[in-house]
Design a protein around this ligand. Structure first.
Ligand code: BTN
Length: 324
């Protein structure tokens, strides 16, 4: 909180802010201000100190810390509480444990690096430091357990839109909730929930995005947004802070829309943002594999595939491989 108050004061002034003004703004002593300035410098903030003039903010790090994520974040609920870690096992596990203890709806758990990042179907999510966003959001919607796939679809819609708007890259959704750019996976989503028979207690939406991650740190077939920008003329480091904020804003927008108008509009958006309907796919299920055309998405979030026999089959869980 003190860091946030100091930063907010410094940000609102292009010029120096005196030590006294900072003391007033944060309601602490001069020594405390000095200590906090040192802490902020360690986080990567460039803060100039002049004995007569005070302090001046010269540079902001692209570090996923609460003060930066919350700065001018245009949301009402999501991201009001942000807990960040330099390193953790899995943000989904941490979020789940904290949600069980009552952490409120909209809270965000985010890490610079995950040691045990979890993917779908018990797989790992490789989460090296610095380049990625590893984030989990707690929601407490009033839905039944079998409506959870709506939240998963919603998260994919929000992620694709956030990537498109922040980078200009054509991000497409692959069922159920991978985000691909140039046919390579740049983002994955893992939704977990605690539910009783009649209702959902809470949901954790875990989103992993390879933002500036170098290719040699990623599994084969995966890519990062920076890497895909390289093939355009706009090769550049992407601000993880801006992307995180955009993602939270889009998530909230879709979440509120779902609450107000039901799943219909989200499903329509999902269909617009996927490149796969009408394409040939190979469906890999636990005990069999078959090919067909991706036909539609059902109201419960299942993928409907038209088999070569003409029969339609609903897939609620499995892997899809795009066939060229
Ligand atoms: C997948 O495509 O298999 C889903 C990957 C989900 C990864 C994210 S990173 C943040 C959150 N914490 C985890 O341990 N997993 C999710």
């Amino acid at each position: 909180m003190i860091d946030e108050k100091i930063l907010s004061k410094l940000r609102n002034n292009d010029d120096y802010v005196s030590g006294e003004e900072l003391c007033k703004a944060a309601d602490v002593s001069r020594t405390a201000i000095w200590k906090h300035i040192e802490g902020l410098r360690e986080e990567g903030y460039a803060i100039e100190a002049s004995p007569h003039l005070g302090y001046r903010l010269l540079g902001i790090p692209d570090t996923l810390i609460p003060a930066e994520i919350k700065w001018k974040l245009k949301t009402k609920v999501l991201g009001k509480e942000v807990i960040s870690y330099k390193r953790c096992g899995s943000t989904n596990d941490t979020a789940y444990a904290l949600a069980e203890k009552g952490l409120k709806e909209g809270s965000v758990i985010i890490a610079e690096e995950q040691e045990k990042g979890k993917g779908r179907h018990g797989r790992r999510w490789i989460s090296p430091s610095k380049g990625g966003i590893y984030m989990s959001v707690i929601l407490r919607p009033e839905i039944t357990p079998n409506e959870i796939s709506r939240i998963t679809l919603l998260a994919a819609v929000a992620a694709a839109k956030a990537v498109r708007e922040t980078t200009g890259l054509l991000a497409l959704i692959k069922w159920p909730n991978d985000i691909l750019v140039n046919n390579k996976k740049v983002c994955g989503i893992l939704t977990e929930m605690k539910a009783e028979q009649d209702g959902v207690n809470f949901i954790v939406i875990g989103i992993g995005i390879n933002v500036n991650t170098p290719l040699d740190k990623l599994p084969r077939g995966a890519s990062s947004l920076k890497e895909e920008l390289r093939s355009t003329a706009r090769s550049q480091e992407i601000s993880r802070i801006e992307l995180t904020k955009k993602l939270l804003e889009k998530l909230e927008e879709s979440y509120f829309l779902l609450k107000k108008e039901g799943a219909g509009p989200i499903m329509e958006e999902w269909k617009h943002l996927t490149g796969m309907l009408g394409s040939r796919v190979r469906v890999v299920l636990q005990n069999r594999t078959f090919e067909g055309l991706a036909h539609d998405i059902d109201t419960d979030g299942s993928l409907i595939v038209r088999k070569d026999t003409g029969m339609l089959e609903k897939i609620s869980s499995g892997d899809i491989i795009m066939v060229r």
